[in-house]
Design a binder for this molecule. Structure first.
Ligand code: IPD
Length: 276
C-alpha cells in the first residue's frame, strides 16, 4: 500500500506550475523552430504505427536537463527515456510531443505536456500538483495547479455545461494496437448515436485542455499512458471537470473519462453498459 505523500505548500505548487509552464513553452519553441518540411520516423515503439521522431528524443532530453538543473531531487517519468529516481517524493511526467503522428504529418494538434505529481507516478494513486500543455502550432499554453484553477494563456478557463449527453461534443482517441483499435471501434458504435458528434484530434493532452476550456464537452479513451493524461487531466479537473475511470475507479490506462460532472457520469454509465 502506498502512503499518502506530504504535499508541497500552495506557494510551492504555484512555483511548480510556473516551472511547468516555462519548460513546456521553451520546448515548444524548439519543436516549432526545428520542424523540417518532411519529418522522418526515427524508430517505432509499441507497433509499426507508433512512431518516434528525432524531435521527440531531443526535446525530452532538453526537458530532462532543465529538471535535473532546477529540481535535482525530483524523479522523472518520460515517454522517451528511462525513469530517473528521486528523493523528494515528486515526479515530473513528460510527453515531449503528444500527438506525434500529427507532428509527423504536419496536422495542427500536437503539444508538449509537462506535469509534476506527488506519490507513486501511477495515475491510479498519484496526486497531480501542477501541469502545462503547450500547443506548438497555435502557441496556446494551458496550465493547472492543484486547488488553484486552470488557465489558458493566463486567463481562467471553465468547462462547458451542456444540458444533455445528446448535445455533448465528445473527443476520443485510439491506441496503436490493432486489437485495441477494434475494441475501441466497437465501443464507439455505442457512443456515437448518443452524442452530438465525435472528434478524434490526435493529442490526448490537447483534447483534455479543450474539455477544460469548453471546446469539447467530454473526452474518453482507453489505453492512455501516464504522460498523455498527467497535465491535461489536472487542467480539466481544475476547470471543473470530473476525471475518472469506470465502476468508481480513478482515471488510468484502463479508462479515462472527463467532462462536466453530470454529463461525465452519463458517459461513464454508457461506457459501462457498452462493456468498455
Ligand atoms: C497519443 C495521442 C493520441 C492518443 C493516443 C496517444 P503520442 O500520444 O495522445 O491522441 O489517442 O492514445 O498514445 O503517441 O502522440 O504521444
Amino acid at each position: 500500500m502506498s502512503i499518502a505523500p506530504a504535499l508541497p505548500s500552495a506557494s510551492e505548487i504555484t512555483d511548480l506550475r510556473a516551472l511547468a509552464r516555462a519548460l513546456a513553452v521553451e520546448a515548444g519553441a524548439v519543436v516549432r523552430g526545428g520542424r523540417p518540411d518532411r519529418v522522418e520516423v526515427a524508430a517505432t515503439k509499441s507497433t509499426d504505427v507508433d512512431p518516434v521522431t528525432a524531435m521527440d528524443r531531443s526535446v525530452e532530453e532538453l526537458l530532462r536537463r532543465r529538471i535535473a538543473d532546477r529540481r535535482p531531487d525530483d524523479a522523472i517519468l518520460g515517454e522517451e527515456g528511462d525513469d530517473v529516481a528521486g528523493t523528494s517524493g515528486l515526479t515530473w511526467v513528460l510527453d515531449p510531443i503528444d500527438g506525434t503522428v500529427n507532428y509527423l504529418y504536419g496536422v495542427a494538434s500536437y503539444a508538449i505536456s509537462v506535469a509534476v505529481v506527488a506519490g507513486d507516478p501511477d495515475p491510479a494513486v498519484w496526486t497531480p500538483l501542477a501541469g502545462a500543455v503547450h500547443s506548438v502550432v497555435d502557441g496556446a499554453t494551458w496550465t493547472g495547479a492543484r486547488g488553484q484553477g486552470a488557465e489558458r494563456d493566463g486567463t481562467p478557463v471553465q468547462v462547458r455545461r451542456p444540458d444533455s449527453l445528446a448535445t455533448s461534443l465528445v473527443g476520443t482517441g485510439f491506441g496503436y494496437q490493432a486489437a485495441q483499435r477494434a475494441e475501441q471501434a466497437r465501443v464507439l458504435t455505442h457512443v456515437l448515436p448518443q452524442v452530438r458528434d465525435i472528434r478524434r484530434l490526435g493529442s490526448a493532452a490537447v483534447d483534455l485542455c479543450l474539455v477544460a476550456e469548453g471546446r469539447l464537452d467530454l473526452y474518453y479513451e482507453r489505453g492512455l499512458n501516464p504522460w498523455d493524461m498527467a497535465a491535461g487531466g489536472l487542467i480539466a479537473a481544475e476547470a471543473g471537470a470530473a476525471v475518472s475511470g469506470l465502476h468508481g475507479d480513478p482515471a488510468t490506462r484502463r479508462m479515462t473519462a472527463v467532462g462536466t460532472p453530470a454529463r461525465q457520469a452519463e458517459l461513464v454509465a454508457l461506457l459501462e453498459e457498452a462493456g468498455a
